[in-house]
Ligand binder design. Structure first.
Ligand SMILES: Cc1cc2nc3c(=O)[nH]c(=O)nc-3n(C[C@H](O)[C@H](O)[C@H](O)COP(=O)(O)OP(=O)(O)OC[C@H]3O[C@@H](n4cnc5c(N)ncnc54)[C@H](O)[C@@H]3O)c2cc1C
Length: 268
């Protein structure tokens, strides 16, 4: 499957919206979750195959150095009627494959993708919702807030580089939103966890969504499970990316990292 870039929009200095369309998206399944994601495939420069390709066939027919890079991105919106798929990309400097691609994307560019898959949707039976993350989790958090039941209470804690990085978060829910601004020092990685440690939890059963940088997610998950005794079944909590690691490097160590995350909680 592939999408053709219809238009792009700079949402913030670090966030680019790419809207895809075209007949290459025919048959795209309407996602069930609000954290639905697609697997994107980026061919390396000079790849001896065209812009539209089957990732599995490329892996069978070409040497490893010509395989596409894989990246996961959230379905910010799927407009079934218009056949338009919206993805929001963090652009984070000059390295990386996906962020750089998005920063340079222009109408007519082609993006190969597979999916969607998903795992979370705000539980309408929960007494309140807690959504926490960085810019990479913002598409899923924004989509989730749009799907809240009318008047549902939700506490939202987000980290970003400054006021110009904040985006509107329309929702039928009753939101308590705080944007935490990085200061450019080591304490930045603790901003979200620190905010949660100081949070007075509303009464009742919470449904939690925490995604973003691995070490930040890990600290928050531990706090919620160990100190707040939130039930695992009420949490969607996973590390999207890892500071200092490309996605390839991160995927190589992710299984062990997840096992360590579980072990430290089990022994607490
Ligand atoms: C299910 C899922 C859904 C996701 N949805 C989104 C989404 O909707 N939007 C989105 O932007 N990201 C999303 N991500 C995260 C995204 O896949 C990773 O950030 C990915 O590493 C970016 O690829 P890249 O090629 O730009 O950088 P890479 O080549 O993977 O990394 C290059 C360098 O950039 C750093 N880096 C990677 N991501 C970031 C970041 N966000 N901020 C700062 N530095 C970074 C790395 O640590 C590394 O040092 C999602 C991840 C998952 C697993």
């Amino acid at each position: 499957m592939h999408g053709t870039v219809l238009r792009t929009q700079r949402l913030t200095p670090a966030l680019v919206r790419v809207v895809l369309g075209g007949s290459g998206l025919d048959g795209f399944a309407t996602p069930t979750g609000t954290d639905a994601y697609v697997n994107l495939a980026f061919a390396p420069a000079g790849a001896p195959y065209g812009p539209v390709f089957e990732p599995a066939a490329v892996r069978e027919q070409h040497p490893r150095e010509q395989w596409p890079a894989r990246r996961r991105y959230t379905v910010r919106r799927w407009d079934e009627g218009a056949g338009e798929l919206t993805l929001d990309f963090v652009v984070h400097g000059d390295d990386g494959v996906a962020g750089r691609w998005a920063a340079a994307a222009k109408p007519g560019d082609v993006l190969v993708l597979e999916g969607p898959s998903s795992g979370y949707r705000p539980d309408p039976e929960a007494d309140w919702h807690l959504l926490v993350g960085d810019e990479s989790a913002l598409p899923a958090i924004a989509a989730s807030l749009e799907a809240l039941p009318e008047g549902a209470p939700a506490v939202v804690r987000l980290v970003c580089d400054g006021p110009e990085h904040e985006v509107p978060l329309p929702s039928p829910g009753r939101l308590d939103v705080a944007w935490l601004h990085r200061r450019g020092d080591d304490a930045d990685a603790d901003l979200l966890a620190e905010a949660l440690r100081g949070l007075v939890f509303p009464p009742g059963r919470v449904h939690v969504f925490v995604h973003g940088e691995a070490d930040e997610v890990r600290a928050i998950r531990r706090h919620l499970l160990v100190d707040r005794r939130v039930a695992r079944a009420d949490m969607s909590c996973s590390p999207y990316w890892r500071r200092t690691m490309t996605d390839e490097a991160w995927r190589r160590v992710k299984r062990d990292y997840l096992a360590e995350m579980d072990a430290e909680v089990a022994s607490a």
